[in-house]
Design a protein around this ligand. Structure first.
Ligand SMILES: O=P(O)(O)OC[C@H]1O[C@H](OP(=O)(O)OP(=O)(O)O)[C@H](O)[C@@H]1O
Ligand code: HPA
Ligand SMILES: [Mg+2]
Length: 170
């Protein structure tokens, strides 16, 4: 299998900067603090780069969930850790590296809603249009078709996460 580049490092970083500005513009008249939730492991690099480029106060928290075996969703979400702080009346922004089948996000949103945030928005670096996952994503970086991606946090069996670009295996 060969590794091919889809979005190089500069393209990814520029896209994240652009998303950060969009997010800032959206929130600046609503609240002075965004409560951003990083969905581990995959979102680590996107999350870090995004919040570093948002020029307003951002509180952080982390959830760690996983459901993939190879290139397929098992459909079973395993929760390894969850947010401990109260989300009540907070402006919550869920930060995902990729929305594919939508199973992970659907699961997360379902639980976060019960914690009564003031608002729940979603930022995803990549949205895959292989299925109609039916979840509106508020801030999207790239939209792709039916291709399994790696790099910038995205893994194939825990490999390739630390590539500084987004690629695919052919
Ligand atoms: O929309 P879906 O089909 O649910 O796919 C998206 C989710 O799958 C991946 O996580 P994974 O379960 O591989 O865990 P990881 O982040 O630790 O790699 C990815 O990071 C997203 O969280
Ligand atoms: O295309 C993908 N790559 C890596 N992880 C993923 N999780 C869902 N889709 C993907
Ligand atoms: Mg994974």
């Amino acid at each position: 299998m060969q590794l091919k580049v889809l979005y190089d490092e500069l393209t990814v970083r520029q896209k994240i900067k652009q998303m950060a500005k969009e997010i800032e513009n959206y929130y600046k008249d609503k609240t002075d603090t965004i409560y951003a939730i990083c969905v581990l492991k995959g979102s680590i690099h996107f999350f870090s780069e995004l919040v570093l480029n948002i020029n307003m106060n951002v509180d952080y928290s982390f959830v760690h969930v996983s459901s993939y075996a190879g290139t397929e969703s098992t459909g079973k979400i395993r929760v390894k850790s969850w947010v401990e702080e109260s989300l009540e009346n907070k402006y919550v922004l869920v930060v995902e590296d990729i929305v594919d089948t939508g199973n992970t996000l659907r699961y997360i949103l379902n639980y976060l809603k019960k914690q009564r945030p003031a608002e729940l928005k979603i930022a995803a670096l990549v949205e895959k249009k292989k299925y109609d996952h039916g979840i509106p994503i508020d801030f999207v970086g790239f939209t792709v078709g039916d291709v399994f991606l790696v790099g910038y946090g995205l893994d194939y069996e825990e490999k390739y996460r630390n590539l500084p670009y987004i690629g695919y295996l052919e």
